[in-house]
Design a protein around this ligand. Sequence first.
Ligand code: ADE
Length: 259
Amino acid sequence: MRIDVVTLFPDFVQQSAAVGVVGRAQQRKLLQVETFNPRDFTHDVHRTVDGRPFGGGPGMVMLIEPLRAALAAVREAAPEPVHVIYLSPQGTRLTQGRVKALAAMPRIALLCGRYEGVDERLLAHEVDEELSIGDYVLSGGELAAAIVIDAVGRLQEGALNDALSAQQDSFSDGLLDCPHYTRPVQHDAWGGVPEVLLSGDHAAIARWRLKQSLGRTWLRRPDLLTQRVLDAQSRALLDEFRREYSRQQQAAAGDGPQQ
Ligand code: ADE
């Protein structure tokens, strides 16, 4: 997959895409990240990329021309059609489902705004999709682009050493991930690992993990459960989790059943 990024801060984007799983995906030629700086597409001595907003108000707005020329260079850089995404807090909220769909495309381009934003006419004519990474405002699209590159890059086939880990991620099936444990089996201060994980009984472990995923989602992100129909096994496991959870809560509050 190829990801082109139009940004005033190409070094930041390249550096963030050079480390970890995404860096490895680039080395393995599973992913190619290229940057285009709108300043390189200006024709004045000051390399101007922004202008005052018509109608007044604070801040500056990114000019049409340098961005249009940068996007034209993006389109010409490879033969495949490119899906152009503008990163902004006004966009549709990014989800793992959208990440999966983007990861299946041969090419995307990420347009990073700075200042107060980008001239609306450029967005209307050059952009296919507007995406937000969350309900907060960043000072530019670069951090959001780095997030999209990471989330999309790690899903390229062969990027993760263990293909199962992507399938088991939080959100990949609409649920949060279960808790994980490693050595030591018994920690001096913080106790032991859940018995079932040491049992070697793979069916019981899978059942426990699904129950924890369902329980965590119910506790932390109940909105995710309302968006999804649970099968009979999942409903039974969630009921079991809730009963155990309420017993633990009562015991912790000191009002558990008298022995
Ligand atoms: N640029 C500024 N804030 C942003 C956000 N929340 N998501 C995506 N791009 C942004």
